[in-house]
Design a protein around this ligand. Structure first.
Ligand SMILES: Cc1cc2nc3c(=O)[nH]c(=O)nc-3n(C[C@H](O)[C@H](O)[C@H](O)COP(=O)(O)OP(=O)(O)OC[C@H]3O[C@@H](n4cnc5c(N)ncnc54)[C@H](O)[C@@H]3O)c2cc1C
Length: 356
């Protein structure tokens, strides 16, 4: 019998399984053939520690040492560009992300396709980084295996019986027994809870789409910062010599293998094109992923209030990578009964007790 079964092989499940493995016998079950097939394979891969609610910022900042010591980060920077009539939202975004005001000319020097006739306000900081997300997932998977943990792909959990201390988790091919279940099933966390007879907490998967376009105007985009329209109405980011552009939509969806909506992409690209001089002439690829949020949009990390031995590691929203080092540490501390390193206020704001 395993001590702990972690269900879900995205960044959330892989990181928490890795943290637990040195201290317990751990099995990670993932439905797909590979790790990180869903949201974790479709992100923008940014580490911007001022982005999100206060608890998200706390987790992201507590993850800084891990990121900076891991070699997973490379320089990117972040820039917001706005028209004259967008000043109020521009100032709010700039304050939230703690960016520095720069002149439109400075913004154009960094991103030469910005339209000088449109951009009236700009802000920037260098303190945002690209995360090597593939390597991050693989690093955690290696850590799990190194400590004797089991990692089973192609293992969709179809039913769960038993209870705390003696859970039986059934896939089509096998049954796994454990004292504790960790629910890290991304968009499926509420569905998975139902399988175990646990009351769902009301998570909503929100689709966000992305297109990859050739480097605009043939520019070398590699050193451009990620750039946003105000109110996160679109963003663009260099990616392997091309540019990825997102309409930044938040459309509620059932849990599924999400795909991009053509109309949403077209509208998002139009918002991007309105601020740049190079029209989009070709799309290289498009995709979408589900960013899954709890009802109050804070992550949910903690044992279920009504069902012993059932742990939620859920609602990573748009921050699953940048919060993962600290969130997985917190989850492991709580599961192993250790005093959490995170401050008590954040721990309680993330607890499922807030929904009881
Ligand atoms: C377009 C986009 C941009 C983003 N940009 C960023 C960013 O810049 N920075 C950042 O930090 N975050 C970003 N995110 C968010 C980040 O990708 C997510 O928060 C994170 O990937 C969620 O990880 P997860 O492990 O919870 O979910 P997932 O990666 O979806 O993993 C859940 C896994 O559970 C498995 N599963 C479900 N049900 C079962 C079952 N019954 N049995 C077995 N396995 C099951 C699924 O197959 C899936 O692999 C972005 C997301 C999107 C979509």
């Amino acid at each position: 019998m395993t001590d702990i079964i972690v269900i879900g092989g995205g960044i959330a499940g892989t990181s928490v399984a890795a943290r637990l493995a040195p201290h317990a016998s751990v099995t990670l079950l993932e439905a797909e053939n590979v790790l990180a097939y869903h949201a974790s394979g479709r992100s923008a891969a940014l580490y911007e520690s001022n982005y999100g609610l206060d608890t998200t910022v706390a987790l992201s900042k507590a993850s800084a040492d891990y990121f900076h010591q891991s070699g997973l980060l490379s320089d990117r920077g972040l820039l917001i560009a706005a028209r004259a009539n967008e000043r109020e939202q521009f100032e709010a975004d700039t304050a939230m992300l703690k960016l520095e005001l720069i002149s439109p000319a400075d913004a154009l020097a960094m991103i030469p396709i910005l339209d000088g006739a449109q951009v009236a306000h700009a802000s920037h900081h260098a303190g945002a980084w690209d995360i090597d997300t593939d390597r991050m997932v693989q690093d955690f998977a290696r850590e799990l295996r190194t400590h004797g943990g089991r990692l089973q792909t192609k293992s969709r959990v179809v039913s769960i019986t038993g209870g705390a201390g003696a859970w039986a988790v059934h896939t089509e091919a096998a049954t796994y027994e454990a004292a504790i279940i960790v629910n890290a099933a991304g968009a499926w966390v509420d569905e998975l809870a139902k399988l175990a007879g646990v009351t769902p907490l009301g998570f909503t998967p929100l689709r966000r789409s992305m297109v990859r376009i050739p480097a605009p105007g043939g520019h070398d985009v590699s050193k451009w910062p990620m750039f946003f329209g105000v109110g996160e109405s679109w963003y663009a980011k260099p990616d392997a010599g091309s540019l990825i552009v997102s309409p930044a939509e938040e459309h509620p969806m059932p849990p599924m293998d999400a795909w991009a909506d053509d109309m949403v992409l077209a509208e998002g690209l139009a918002r991007y094109e309105a601020l740049v001089t190079e029209p989009v002439t070709r799309i290289e690829a498009n995709w979408a992923g589900l960013r899954t949020f709890s009802p109050d949009r804070h992550l949910t990390v903690g044992f279920d209030v009504h069902t012993d031995g059932f742990f939620w590691h859920a609602g990573q929203g748009g921050y699953g990578f940048q919060t993962a080092p600290a969130a997985s540490q917190l989850a492991a501390d709580l599961i192993l009964g250790r005093a959490p390193e995170m401050d008590a206020g954040t721990v309680s704001a993330l607890s499922p007790e807030r929904f009881a």
